[in-house]
Design a protein around this ligand. Structure first.
Ligand SMILES: NS(=O)(=O)c1c(F)c(F)c(-n2cc(CC3CCCCC3)nn2)c(F)c1F
Ligand SMILES: [Zn+2]
Length: 261
């Protein structure tokens, strides 16, 4: 399936390094998780998630994806446990998806691609005083990745999908209050974890990735609503927001640990 992703989907972005990892990067993301090479770590604890739905602020189209932002001024929506030394605050979540169901996710599992991937981005309030600072810190961020697969209608996601027409164009925003992103988590507790990077600029190597083993199911109409968004601002020539995933990066000297046998 990786052969399908020949074009660099961010080719229209003048990042200069979208194909290459950060020059000299040794822990770039995303990667292909080879299940048989992952190492079961019995010391990994269950991940604990406590999201306060009232910390949800708004949805906006940032020109890469649509992003749901949270009030991170206190320890109200936090994760802890798993591979983590302390708690991390939820800052935002967003998705990556393809033009068609055959590709779209950033990570892969044994070269299997999913049609989309959810990222919940958290930062370390113990070692950083802000999200912006944490982005530059080693292990300043934790991102939980959840694969989306084509299947049953996802009632929790639909609330988000219904708001997308209001953020069709880049730099548009709509208020979005009281949403609990826990509804987007699979019930299975199993995950892989590895040290990596942001998959968008500034591509800093500050992320502890936690990738859930089990995908959530969404239906065709819901995926197609993602694909109706635009990379472009109002008034510009329309470019559909699709294929907003970064190409696979080399594993280099890293081990992926699993929380399950
Ligand atoms: N795919 S990912 O790796 O989960 C992922 C992330 F982890 C991110 F943190 C961001 N991110 C980027 C900014 C702008 C910052 C604004 C302040 C200065 C630094 C950039 N906000 N959040 C992001 F866009 C993204 F896609
Ligand atoms: Zn992402």
């Amino acid at each position: 399936a990786t052969g399908l992703v020949t074009q660099d989907p961010y080719r229209h972005k003048m990042w200069g390094m979208s194909e290459l990892s950060v020059s000299g990067g040794t822990r770039q993301s995303p990667i292909n998780i080879q299940w048989r090479d992952s190492v079961y770590d019995p010391h990994l604890k269950p991940l604990k998630i406590h999201y306060d739905p009232t910390t949800c602020l708004y949805i906006w189209n940032n020109g890469y994806s649509f992003q749901v932002e949270f009030d991170d001024s206190a320890d109200k929506s936090v994760i802890m446990g798993g591979p983590l030394e302390n708690h991390y605050r939820l800052k935002q979540f967003h998705f990556h998806w393809g033009a068609i169901n055959e590709w779209g996710s950033e990570h892969m599992v044994d070269s299997k691609v999913y049609p989309a991937e959810l990222h919940l981005v958290h930062w370390n309030p113990v070692t950083s005083t802000s999200f912006e600072e944490a982005i530059m810190e080693n292990n300043g961020l934790v991102v939980i990745g959840v694969f989306l697969k084509l299947g049953a209608h996802h009632a929790g996601l639909q609330k988000l999908v219904d708001a997308l027409p209001a953020v069709k164009h880049k730099d548009t925003i709509v208020e979005f209050d009281v949403f609990d992103p826990s509804c987007l988590m699979p019930s299975c507790p199993d995950y892989w974890t590895y040290d990596g990077s942001l998959t968008t600029p500034p591509l800093t190597e500050s992320v502890t990735w936690i990738i859930k083993k089990t995908p959530i199911e969404v239906d065709q109409n819901q995926l197609e609503e993602f694909r109706m968004l635009l990379f472009t601002s109002a008034g510009e020539e329309e470019k559909r927001m699709v294929d907003n995933f970064r190409p696979l990066q080399p594993l280099m000297n890293r081990t992926v640990r699993s929380s399950f046998r």
